[in-house]
Design a protein. Structure first.
Length: 138
């Protein structure tokens, strides 16, 4: 587990990896409670609302998975008519949230997530191994 300020320091670095001209609309590293550790957004997106709702969404998905007898997922992707949302756990209490337009293929969004989590691991000195990406379903 990462010490108190180390995750926060590393979180600032992952936002530097976002291409401001790319399809990513939101990149957040949050605690499972919704507390923002690092954030990057395009425009005037309300970070606090996105972070709390993302934590709630992940909690709902975990509860539903467990009720169905499935293990708690490490990654969840939600697709709407206009965007893709990816939530991926990092460390016991960290979650990376990425939101992109549907112009970005699911595989590309997962690749960006892998790159950010790899950088976060390197910057934090974390021993956590990055899980292999699960191919997105069309």
């Amino acid at each position: 587990m990462l010490a108190g300020g180390v995750l926060e320091e590393a979180a600032a670095a992952i936002c530097d990896t976002v291409d401001p001209k790319g399809s990513i609309e939101v990149a957040l590293l949050i605690r499972r409670t919704g507390t923002i550790l690092g954030a990057w957004t395009k425009g005037d997106i309300p970070r606090e609302i996105v972070s709390v709702m993302a934590a709630t969404m992940l909690g709902s998905i975990e509860t539903m998975s467990e009720a169905l007898g499935c293990p708690s997922p490490d990654r969840a992707m939600i697709e709407t008519e206009s965007c893709r949302m990816l939530a991926e756990k990092f460390e016991p209490q960290g979650v990376l949230i990425l939101v992109a337009s549907n112009e970005m293929p699911a595989e590309a969004l997962q690749r960006v997530s892998r790159q950010m989590l790899q950088r976060l691991s390197e910057d934090s000195g974390s021993a956590q191994k990055i899980r292999p990406a699960v191919p997105a379903r069309p």
